[in-house]
Write a protein that binds this ligand. Structure first.
Ligand SMILES: [Zn+2]
Length: 439
């Protein structure tokens, strides 16, 4: 434990000063404020929100226009509940005349950090971060690491799709003792990854949910039981209960679910109670906006209180979530999300207007375990599903007919085509999407 102590008291503070950054100081503030009570945390949120909204209205053309259209003035935002008076912004709003319309005219372009995501429909989504956003994002990520039980500076393995090779990231990886494993080609690199992890002895593995599930399945198939990684963070994709069990069993680990995205950072994370995901509420205001009051789930709408260059205020993430008003036994005053249900485009839209999630297909295809290795369901038009299957040698046309009939029973008036493939290709981000709606 000498290194984590040295990192905390000397290396990171000096690195911050040397790099002109503040993430370590923010990290320490966040470590304290997580224990504030709910009212104190809401006070922080309101103060930050009012400042951000006033700034956005005065200096960002997009917000000036949207707020004028809604006839709402920044002075009207006095409480947290007043956030509902503000318009919800979508990716489409940000794409229009990017970057001039959605960035602050008072920030200096030389401080802009351009970034992008692959986007849910495959079209890239560009955005701009600033130093403050990056510092808060890092500070929240580090705080969330410690919620598992590790000290910053203990070894971390990162099974991830995208990794920047900038010097800043390399320095941080070295300081954090974080080793990167690409989530592409896990099957091909499986033995190398297993041996590298075994010799590296990470205390924590952070990974895309599907990637760590895939890795766990390969461990199981190869009867490997001697890889022990005490903690695992599953992120970037929906974590399904059966996959959580599989990961915990094969890696002898405790799994923590995390919700975040590139454009806003890590928003919420489980603590050791595993009773939902605590929102990093000093940095984010999270709302679950339902289409109908009777709905269980709603749109996950995020306000990032730290990005003043390209503010995200009431940003529709295109993910679904279920709200929670519980308090947690861990004692943190940070509010909870019950769970995140995944992207809106991870749900098939049925002709009767209802939605069908990955879970149905997962349970359905489970009964064909001997015949199928992998599946992907793509809705490419309102009434058509293309089902891609990686099959085993036992698969027959009779099974295919049975399978189509079973799905038809559930989806109703839709046409179904089955295509046999050698592999289900990952997205450019390295994520695997078993259910994909293209409309
Ligand atoms: Zn908790």
């Amino acid at each position: 434990m000498i290194y984590p102590a040295l990192l905390d008291t000397f290396i990171f503070p000096v690195t911050n000063i040397f790099m002109g950054r503040k993430f370590w100081f923010i990290y320490h503030q966040l470590q304290k404020s997580q224990w504030f009570n709910r009212e104190q945390i809401e006070q922080i949120q309101v103060l930050k929100l009012r400042k951000l909204v006033a700034h956005a209205y005065a200096t960002v053309p997009l917000y000036r226009q949207l707020m004028d259209n809604k006839k709402v003035r920044p002075e009207e935002i006095k409480t947290l509940a007043d956030i509902k008076k503000l318009p919800i912004v979508s990716k489409k709003d940000f794409r229009q005349d990017f970057p001039d319309r959605c960035t602050s005219i008072t920030t200096s372009r030389k401080d802009w950090i351009f970034d992008s995501t692959s986007g849910s429909t495959g079209s890239p989504f560009q955005f701009i971060r600033d130093k403050q956003f990056s510092d808060y994002a890092l500070a929240n990520t580090y705080r969330n690491y410690t919620w598992t039980g590790i000290f910053i500076g203990q070894r971390i393995a990162s099974l991830w799709g995208f990794h920047t090779s900038s010097w800043g990231v390399k320095i941080l990886d070295t300081l954090l003792r974080r080793k990167f494993f690409s989530s592409f080609d896990i099957e091909k690199n499986f033995t190398d990854y297993y041996l590298a992890m075994k010799s590296y002895h990470p205390v924590l593995i952070e990974a895309y949910s599907a990637s760590i599930t895939h890795f766990a399945k390969l461990l199981q198939e190869n009867d490997i039981t001697d890889l022990h990684i005490p903690y695992a963070i599953s992120s970037a994709e929906t974590l399904y209960p059966e996959n959580r069990k599989l990961i915990e069993h094969t890696l002898h680990t405790q799994v923590f679910d995390r919700y975040g995205s590139r454009e806003v950072g890590n928003v919420a994370h489980e603590c050791r109670e595993h009773k939902g995901l605590h929102i990093n509420a000093e940095t984010y205001i999270v709302e679950v906006v339902k289409d109908k009051p009777s709905d269980e789930k709603g749109h996950l709408v995020v306000t990032n209180l730290s990005n003043f260059t390209m503010p995200f205020i009431r940003y529709d993430t295109e993910d679904y979530a279920i709200a929670s008003n519980k308090t947690c036994a861990c004692g943190r005053g940070l509010p909870l999300l019950e769970r995140v249900e995944g992207r809106i485009t991870d749900f098939i839209k049925l002709p009767n207007g209802k939605e069908l999630s990955f879970l149905f297909f997962n349970y359905f295809f489970e009964q064909y375990g001997a015949y199928l290795k992998q599946f992907q369901v793509i809705q490419d038009s309102p009434k058509h599903l293309l089902i891609k299957l990686v099959v085993t040698e036992k698969y027959t046309l009779t099974k295919e007919k049975e399978l189509i009939a079973g799905i038809k029973k559930k989806v109703g008036d839709m046409n179904i085509d089955v295509e046999q493939v050698y592999e289900i290709k990952k997205e450019t981000s390295g994520k695997l999407r078993p259910v994909k709606r293209l409309i």
